[in-house]
Design a protein around this ligand. Structure first.
Ligand SMILES: Nc1nc2c(ncn2[C@@H]2O[C@H](COP(=O)(O)OP(=O)(O)OP(=O)(O)O)[C@@H](O)[C@H]2O)c(=O)[nH]1
Ligand SMILES: [Mg+2]
Length: 474
């Protein structure tokens, strides 16, 4: 091959790669992890960057190549638009408030115009545009993802384990007895039993929701749409519950009558999987290129050993669902094409800067197994400690003659400026007794006074942008 051919080939290859400038970004995380705050800040940072050049570690901005950004009308007109302006108005209003917990799906599209940097691509076009699509949805619905890989019986077995834990006893013992007393193998008439099943399903949901309200708890025993049904409110597909009798779970269900309660519940569970969960993930997650998983490690640390174990297992199941290997069930279903995954611990503005590394390290250890599985499949995985919207500033005080790094912010009650030391963040996984001795308090601050037209204060959002989309600005 002559040098001219080689050069042309190289330039063509780079052009093709460089021209792939649409990024579909999945922002993933359980309820309250900070997804909506993150999306609001990400849009805000991109919209203000061409004017303020504040994103030091986001190369196109640092190099002065990002010339303009705008929010565009998303071409998928059947999906509501993400209410960016509403979120900014609420954050920057007289009495600032955080965006409300998300109750449905919405989507944003951001277009960023930039000067091309690659010398080969530049020969063909001096300027180009990167288009970023982001989806926001209720974190509760994410809990349904692992259900896709389970049969009804497997789900029941997982629920038996979950409901047998001591701390849930007070909340679940009544509904457990009610479910185990049902004659679930007898043939029934579905139409006349439907009402009864609906009542039991309602009581089951209420018992688990009560537990969830009082404890920071996420579990597969409470399917996502049981918490937030959206358009499925009142539909029979949400009226199922697990079989909890261990003797029945050990039976071969092949011999059970087709119109028994077991079979009715199984049918509803399968319908839920195939007609509710699968279309949702298919529509929103199958075309994703990049993913960020947000984890509120601060609240994990505050909620104790048992909650930690629950959350760790849920995250493992979720990331396993997202893992991209050939043998993986999600890959078989959707063939997602994610090539970069960022696992970020959110809200680190509640932690003094000298402890960010410890918090990140703790989170890394919590997700080590899941991360390993994903990385093994050739996906680029990174972790970071970030804050989408910072409510504090770092300060150094003195305590017993020693320097102490703290955070300063607006007190939630009085509105006065207060200095807070949250305690020593552990760097590594703790035993149950170490958890019991952990003295930690990440008291949140009020939202500081913010200006609607300026960049929101943040921690490492520029690094997040560089990692997730920086390579698209060639
Ligand atoms: N200090 C601090 N708090 C934050 C930050 N981001 C979110 N929060 C807090 O966390 C709460 C939940 O954040 P959201 O962005 O609504 O979380 P979400 O993941 O969208 O939750 P769902 O919509 O329920 O799935 C907010 O109401 C804030 O109180 C942050 O960067 N710093
Ligand atoms: Mg939200």
């Amino acid at each position: 091959m002559s040098w001219l051919d080689a050069t042309l080939k190289k330039s063509q290859h780079l052009l093709e790669r460089g021209l792939d400038r649409n990024v579909r970004l999945a922002v993933t995380g359980l309820s309250g992890a900070g997804k909506t705050g993150f999306i609001t800040s990400l849009i805000n940072q991109l919209l203000t960057a061409p004017t303020y050049h504040q994103l030091t570690f986001f190369k196109p901005n640092a190099d002065g190549r990002l010339t303009a950004s705008k929010l565009a009308q998303h071409p998928e007109l059947h999906i509501p638009g993400f209410d960016y302006h509403g979120a900014i108005d609420r954050l920057t209003g007289n009495n600032p408030v955080w965006p409300a917990s998300t109750r449905g799906v919405s989507q944003a599209q951001i277009k960023c115009r930039f000067h091309v940097s690659n010398k080969w691509v530049k020969k063909v076009q001096a300027d180009s545009t990167v288009t970023i699509d982001i989806i926001d949805y209720p974190g509760e619905w994410l809990l349904d993802l692992p259900l896709l890989g389970m049969s009804f019986k497997e789900w029941c077995q997982a629920c038996v384990k979950y409901l047998s834990s001591e701390r849930r006893e007070a909340f679940c013992s009544r509904i457990k007895s009610e479910i185990t007393a049902l004659d679930v193998t007898q043939a029934v008439d579905e139409t006349s039993t439907s009402n009864q099943l609906g009542v039991v399903a309602k009581k089951y949901t209420e018992a688990l929701l009560k537990y969830r309200e009082q404890h920071n708890d996420f579990s597969l025993a409470l399917p996502g749409r049981f918490i937030l049904p959206g358009e499925f409110e009142g539909a029979p597909t949400l009226e199922f519950f697990p079989i909890l009798n261990e003797d029945i779970l050990s039976l071969d269900w092949g011999t059970v009558p087709a119109n028994s309660i077991i079979k009715v519940l199984e049918k509803r569970f399968n319908y839920y999987k195939n007609e509710v969960i699968r279309p949702f993930f298919d529509e929103y997650f199958s075309k994703v290129d990049r993913q960020i998983v947000l984890i509120d490690t601060c609240s994990v640390l505050e909620s104790g050993y048992d909650s930690y174990i629950d959350l760790k297992q849920t995250i493992e199941k979720l990331l396993d669902g997202y893992s991209y290997g050939r043998s993986n069930w999600l890959k078989r279903l959707f063939s997602p094409s994610i090539d970069k995954l960022l696992i970020a611990t959110s809200k680190v503005d509640l932690v003094p800067p000298d402890q960010h590394a410890a918090l990140e390290s703790f989170m890394q250890k919590m997700v080590a197994q899941a991360r390993n599985n994903v990385g093994y499949e050739g996906v680029d995985v990174e972790t970071m400690a970030i804050s989408a919207i910072s409510t504090s500033e770092p300060v150094i005080t003195e305590h017993d003659g020693q320097k102490l790094h703290c955070v300063k912010g607006k007190d939630r009650g009085s509105g006065n400026s207060v200095i807070h030391y949250p305690g020593k963040v552990p760097e590594t996984i703790l035993s149950r007794s170490q958890w019991n001795q952990l003295e930690i308090d990440f008291s949140p601050f009020d939202i500081p006074e913010l200006n609607a037209d300026e960049p929101l204060p943040h921690i490492r959002m520029d690094k997040v942008l560089q990692y997730l989309i920086g390579d698209k600005f060639l």
